[in-house]
Design a protein around this ligand. Sequence first.
Ligand code: ZN
Length: 348
Amino acid sequence: MNRLKPRDVLNPMIEARASKIQDPVAKLRFLKSTDKRVGQVETVLSRPQYWWLRNRKFWLALGFLLMIPVLSLYRSTARPELAVPASPTAGPKPFREAPLEKVWLVDTKSGVESWSNGLRVETRFTTANRPREYFVWNRNQPSSSLTQLPERKPAGIVFHTTESTLEELEEQKLRRLKLLGESLLQYVNKEKAYHYVIDRFGRVFRIVQESDAANHAGKSTWADGKWAYIGLNDSFLAISFETQTAPGDAAPIISEAQVSSGRMLTRMLRARYGIAAENCVTHAQVSINPSNFQIGYHTDWAGNFPFEAMGLPDNYTLPLASLHLFGFNYDGTFFGNRRPHVEGCSQQ
Ligand SMILES: [Zn+2]
């Protein structure tokens, strides 16, 4: 019953070919010749040594045996693709922010505030400026002011560099390091330039009191998911690191002490005022030049700001409000990790 006869396979092929022959004599000759050949094939296959050619079970078993190595090869190559969810380089790491714990003032002694998260703030250079007062715009309708009364609570933080004169951070240079630091603090105090300066040793100085605006951002814009901000001197707080970018450097260099203090200060301000992570950005991201309608008039922290070390997501990935909401433009150098022009950001 399982025997495979040569005629079972050959007859349909022979008939199909014969049907195409129009001349009946030629067709008969063809059928006779093939009948003879099929008979020869049957004679050969009837010999015992060719039993495997006419045995269907043999071919089924052979097919099954051949499938085993093929299947195992497929499984060994397919499993890693199924087991590994995604390549680590497939995209940016999702940022999971820890809940913002409350930070409170522990005490103030000899002009130094101690905060519950370890932050220490020196107040001897603190000064007043005009009280903070600003309006916000619905980001989907930038032409209409939405708030009837001015806002007084800071909505964000802008990170700066002082671009002031530096000395090597070595013990032998301590006297000059202190001299440069003191003169910087006196200068920014006079200019009411920032709310905070973090010096070379990681010490935090409050300059303009938090209830007031500071002259830090110049002409600037930003937008979060809901609101658009224009002129961030009033709406955003300013933290500036005592550092500068040397020609050819991709970004300013700050010490571990400055990073650590910057993180604690950012945490304290965000917890105190409920500042969203997306509103913690660098000066280069918000600066504009209305005279040529280009972004990046001030270029401090145009690249490599340590967002992660500050407990923040990589906000360089956020779209710039100046470009997509207000129609500003940019030149190619801005995104090449180069700094088209570097100047102290407190001078605008
Ligand atoms: Zn700046």
